[in-house]
Design a protein around this ligand. Structure first.
Ligand code: AP5
Length: 209
């Protein structure tokens, strides 16, 4: 199954992709996670990506298309498909991905929910699991329930950078909703719903494919 998740920052794309990938045994490919890993390892790509990400801007299309093409060429994605989280984000990226997708899932989420989720988000340094200080707290403060890794807060989750990311989403990414609707593969879910309820809805949607 080949699925892309579309939605504003903080909509829950990464959280749900992580959970569904484990249950459905489909690789979760997050371009944000790939870039953060490069930054953590201080690679050339990481340095380049950081200069855009810290400001809440998009990394150039040609860089992102190369990264994704390379990742989708790996055996797990070739055999089992993928849940792509964070790509495509522009029309150029969507065209490069092609039209052999099964579902484009749009997380329709209100601005108030987005702001509160991003302000409290915590991420595991080791396995990228997502938590929230209030909504989804880890059992032990600062430690990942899944792998015991340390939790950290993303630099680009500062209020001012979040506002910029939201503007960029509206300007450059939201038009993909119409693009995939025209292709007849768009499904929409209410991203404001609580985690368990929304997980069940998406799981049933994808399982029945
Ligand atoms: P990326 O990492 O992809 O960030 P994003 O798209 O802005 O999305 P987020 O990760 O902020 O949100 P999410 O929807 O995954 O929400 P989450 O599940 O974490 O990209 C970061 C940067 O990398 C970009 O700004 C750009 O610079 C660059 N980049 C990446 N891809 C690119 C591309 N293709 N082209 C160009 N540049 C690219 O949830 C948020 C919080 O809410 C968490 O704390 C979670 O625990 C909580 N939560 C989630 N769901 C619920 C729920 N239902 N109820 C309660 N709490 C919930």
């Amino acid at each position: 199954m080949k699925v892309v998740f579309i939605g504003p920052p903080g909509a829950g794309k990464g959280t749900h992709a992580f959970m569904l990938s484990k249950k459905l045994k489909i690789p979760h490919i997050s371009t944000g996670d790939i870039l953060r890993e490069e930054i953590h390892n201080r690679t050339r790509l990481g340095l380049l990506a950081k200069s855009f990400m810290d400001k809440g801007e998009l990394v150039p299309d040609e860089v992102m298309v190369d990264i994704v093409k390379n990742r989708l060429g790996k055996k797990d994605a070739r055999l089992n498909g993928f849940i792509l989280d964070g790509f495509p984000r522009t029309k150029t990226q969507a065209l490069a991905l092609g039209n052999n997708l099964d579902i484009a899932l749009y997380f329709k989420t209100s601005a108030a929910v987005i702001i509160s989720r991003l302000a409290g988000r915590l991420i595991c340094r080791r396995c990228n699991a997502n938590y929230h200080i209030k909504n989804i707290p880890p059992k032990k403060s600062g430690i990942c329930d899944t792998c015991g890794g340390k939790l950290y807060q993303r630099k680009d989750d500062r209020e001012e950078t979040v506002r910029k990311r939201l503007n960029i989403y509206r300007r450059q990414t939201s038009s993909l909703i119409t693009y995939y609707k025209q292709q007849g593969i768009l499904k929409e879910v209410n991203g404001d719903l609580d985690l368990i309820r929304l997980h069940k809805i998406i799981f049933n949607m994808l399982k029945s494919r």
